[in-house]
Design a protein around this ligand. Structure first.
Ligand SMILES: CC(C)(COP(=O)(O)OP(=O)(O)OC[C@H]1O[C@@H](n2cnc3c(N)ncnc32)[C@H](O)[C@@H]1OP(=O)(O)O)[C@@H](O)C(=O)NCCC(=O)NCCS
Length: 157
């Protein structure tokens, strides 16, 4: 797949939300919460997850990079910057299921890391669910080292 990576445009947002909810099925905390507690406050996990990319776009639109092939959006990576700490964080990354396994996820990560370097940052962080086998393979192979594991709890009120 001959994908190009370009900066985010505000008109991409709906497509990125759609790609997010399609891609994160089975690998998002929001869905785990729903599986444990049911639908909450009248919103399913897709509604909650799609807001994450909207939040990323509000926080740092210049740090979202979009992969396109034949004019179709097939992936993206979002980033956040804590300049004082010298930290870059990658909160969201997705590649369309039809385009996976061809190195695009890795290219998007490298693209984000180059952006962090240009911004003069000192280190980068990314996290994944224990159930996400691809993330657990891909991130160490992009040079990230595991630093912690976290356990999430939820309860109804
Ligand atoms: C994670 C994601 C972006 C990777 O995109 P991609 O374009 O397939 O990524 P790449 O092709 O660059 O690399 C995938 C790697 O995972 C490996 N892989 C694929 N399936 C795997 C599996 N079941 N278990 C372990 N590794 C697997 C591939 O072999 C490849 O590794 P390699 O380069 O060493 O051969 C994509 O799978 C995705 O959108 N997943 C759903 C959303 C998601 O999990 N986002 C990240 C949240 S932390």
């Amino acid at each position: 797949m001959n994908a190009t990576i370009r900066p985010f445009r505000p008109t991409d947002l709906d497509a990125l939300k759609l790609l997010t909810v399609e891609s994160f099925n089975g690998v998002t905390l929001e869905q785990n919460v729903e599986q444990s507690l049911g639908v909450l406050n009248g919103h399913d996990w897709r509604w909650r997850k799609s807001r994450h990319i909207a939040d990323d776009a509000s926080a740092n639109p210049a740090g979202i990079f979009v992969a396109e092939s034949d004019g179709r959006i097939i992936g993206y990576i979002s980033t956040l910057i804590d300049r004082d700490a010298g930290k870059g964080r990658i909160p969201n990354l997705a590649v369309d299921s039809t385009a996976r396994g061809e190195g695009l996820g890795r290219r998007l990560i490298e693209h984000a890391l180059d952006y962090f370097r240009r911004e003069g940052l000192a280190y980068a962080m990314i996290e994944t669910m224990a159930q996400n086998e691809i993330g657990r393979h891909l991130y160490p192979s992009c040079g990230f080292v595991e630093v912690a594991r976290q356990v999430h709890f939820a309860r109804k009120l």
